[in-house]
Write a protein that binds this ligand. Structure first.
Ligand SMILES: *[C@@H]1O[C@H](CO)[C@@H](O)[C@H](O)[C@H]1NC(C)=O
Ligand SMILES: *[C@@H]1O[C@H](CO)[C@@H](O)[C@H](O)[C@H]1NC(C)=O
Ligand SMILES: *[C@@H]1O[C@H](CO)[C@@H](O)[C@H](O)[C@H]1NC(C)=O
Ligand SMILES: *[C@@H]1O[C@H](CO)[C@@H](O)[C@H](O)[C@H]1NC(C)=O
Length: 213
């Protein structure tokens, strides 16, 4: 881990830091087998892909794993780690606009970690990282319930988080409301009973079924 960070720092210091690289999100959350899109952005006046070199790694526990490697505008699939084989797609069209979108499919729990991309354009480069946390898929939830998000993968499943909590809160409020109503009714009845002896014995006589009074 420390070695990989040092390696990265030394790599970054080899090129000048003029280029400002940013991430659209510093952390992502997803469930196992879901897809996600990790995104890096930068501003550069150079738009010729031949000047672009990008290297993205997952800083895993044991060693950094190469996720994506682009040299002078050409993807180098040979350097990609087996763990990501066939699971990473990138959008070449948006590269020129200063946007790297890496679509990682069928996420695994061990894809979790810090993802660092170093972007070098015309000898000027920089790197940024974001964190991905992949959790085990919830077993008690049926599959079709997964909400169809408008932008697939870009958003963490934020909608699935607060729902059970708010449901619980609604239940609590209902319970409190009902209790309050019941208390109010009791007080009201007590008041009426004192006044007219009506409420607790009911409007009807229980035995005869005839109206009292
Ligand atoms: C990076 O991007 C975020 C969100 O898009 C933005 O709020 C932030 O100001 C950017 N930082 C830099 C240094 O450009
Ligand atoms: C995940 O990505 C794979 C490959 O890109 C695709 O075939 C699949 O339909 C995607 N699944 C979802 C839920 O978007
Ligand atoms: C990550 O998990 C997958 C199964 O989910 C396994 O095949 C793979 O070997 C694991 N990779 C590492 C580096 O532990
Ligand atoms: C690369 O950058 C240098 C200055 O930093 C500039 O003079 C040159 O035109 C750039 N090359 C291209 C192909 O844009």
């Amino acid at each position: 881990m420390i070695c990989s960070i040092l390696l990265l720092l030394s790599l970054t210091s080899c090129v000048s830091g003029r280029l400002v690289v940013n991430v659209t999100q510093t952390s992502y959350q997803a469930e196992e087998n879901q897809n996600i899109t990790l995104e890096w952005t930068w501003t550069s006046s150079d738009t010729s892909l031949k000047l672009f070199s990008i290297s993205c790694r997952l800083l895993a526990e044991l060693r950094p794993l190469v996720l994506f490697d682009l040299r002078e505008g050409v993807e180098v699939p040979e350097t990609q780690d087996q763990q990501f084989a066939g699971r990473v797609q990138f959008n070449k069209d948006v590269l020129r606009e200063g946007r790297l979108r890496l679509h990682v499919s069928r996420l695994r729990i061990n894809d979790s970690g810090l993802y660092v991309c170093e972007v070098i354009i015309n000898h000027s480069g920089n790197s940024r990282s974001c964190r991905l946390t992949v959790t085990a898929a919830a077993r008690d939830r049926p599959e079709p319930e997964t909400p169809n998000t408008p932008s697939q993968g870009t958003d963490p499943p934020a909608g699935s988080g607060p729902q059970p909590e708010s449901r619980g809160r609604i239940g609590l409020y209902c319970g409190l409301g009902l209790t309050a109503a019941a208390l109010f009714a009791l007080c009201f009845c007590y008041f009426l009973r004192k006044k007219k002896d009506f409420c607790f014995r009911g409007g009807f006589d229980e035995v005869t079924g005839h109206q009292v009074k």
